[in-house]
Write a protein that binds this ligand. Structure first.
Ligand code: SF4
Length: 336
């Protein structure tokens, strides 16, 4: 399996079968908290990064190989921004014909200003876009977007989508201490949310390895503040614990790489996932993983995380606070 992974336990979507439409870290944002590391380079091109037919074939196999009850949602999520895949709409419609499981798309929402992207997502059952800031300045600090992915386009896209979309719109706010957990920053976000009118607001914390070393989740006080300011549809989404399904892969190594490329794991999660192996085999698998050159251990938030080797995590010295993308980080071509 190259494009389909899991099911993995999801904070919002139970056991979620992941569909990954793009190569690692293909994104038009470079969020300071991104669990997949930095986006180098940023890209805003919509195209068929991998053949849609191949993704569909894997999705069909995965759906057939799991019994009723093993999958709660089919979720487009993974190595970057899924709506950058130019045929995501076709994929959603095809998968709809194969299963009665609900389909979700976890997106940064930056391309919803495009009528064709709104149209492509219309048949999904839930769309989970991100809104971490209520001003253009804070948006640039937290999400560090491609120059064409402007704050105005993000907000306009969310409002336009809400007007047309009949499914569940769950807006996610990732709370970073000292950045968007202040009373003013939360009031600014609340004002935009009043215009978007989502069905729910999911308050999330960076609990996976953030791209930048200095990123910290907000504290209890910040969470309480967020709940009281962001309105009565706001709820804190706690990290999910549970089993990761490694079936469908040729071997354990490929299975682990398949998961940690999209979903970095703590050492204890990884050990729990390998529970069917003996302690000796687990140790052997982790040593092989480390020596394979396909994985790396990242230290963040006082914890060791396993992530894919190509992901870019700067060390303390190189982790800059709020750097805007330089011209060398930005691909020349893009949606204008
Ligand atoms: S968190 Fe999502 S939107 Fe932000 S950089 Fe990572 S993949 Fe892109």
């Amino acid at each position: 399996m190259n494009y389909v992974f899991g099911p993995v336990p999801s904070r919002r979507l139970g056991q979620s079968l992941g569909i990954d439409t793009i190569p690692l870290k293909t994104c038009n944002w470079n969020c300071v908290y991104c669990q997949l590391g930095r986006t180098v380079p940023l890209t805003n091109d919509r195209r068929e990064y991998v053949p849609a037919e191949e993704i569909l074939l894997e999705a069909e196999q995965a759906l057939k190989s799991h019994m009723t009850g093993e999958i709660d949602w089919v979720t487009f999520v993974g190595s970057g921004e899924p709506t950058l895949h130019g045929r995501i709409g076709w994929l959603i419609r095809q998968i709809k014909t194969m299963t009665d499981k609900p389909i979700a798309v976890i997106t940064n929402g930056s391309l919803l200003y495009l009528p064709e992207v709104r149209d492509e997502l219309m048949v999904a059952d839930a769309i989970l876009p991100t809104l971490d800031a209520g001003t253009a300045m804070l948006y640039r600090k937290i999400n560090r977007p491609h120059p064409q992915a402007t704050f105005e386009r993000l907000v306009d896209g969310l409002i336009a989508f809400r007007e047309e979309y009949r499914g569940k719109l769950w807006v996610e706010v990732m709370l970073v201490r000292g950045l968007n957990d202040t009373p003013q920053a939360l009031e600014d976000i609340a004002q935009i949310l009043q215009r978007v009118k989502p069905d729910a607001v999911h308050i999330n914390l960076p609990t996976r390895p953030p791209a930048e070393t200095w990123v910290q989740p907000t504290d209890d006080e910040g969470l309480m503040r967020a709940i009281s300011i962001l309105g009565n549809t706001a709820e804190v989404v706690h990290p999910a614990e549970g089993g990761f399904d490694l079936s469908g892969y040729e071997n354990v190594m490929d299975a682990i790489i398949g998961i940690i490329t999209r979903h970095p794991m703590r050492q204890d999660e990884l050990e729990r996932t390998l529970i069917r192996l003996s302690p000796g085999q687990v140790k052997e698998a982790l040593t092989a993983l480390k020596n394979s050159g396909r994985a790396q251990i990242v230290d963040r938030l006082g914890v060791h995380f396993w992530s894919a080797a190509p992901s870019v995590y700067p060390d303390e010295k190189h982790s800059q606070r709020t750097k805007s993308p330089s011209s060398s980080q930005v691909k020349k071509r893009g949606i204008s």
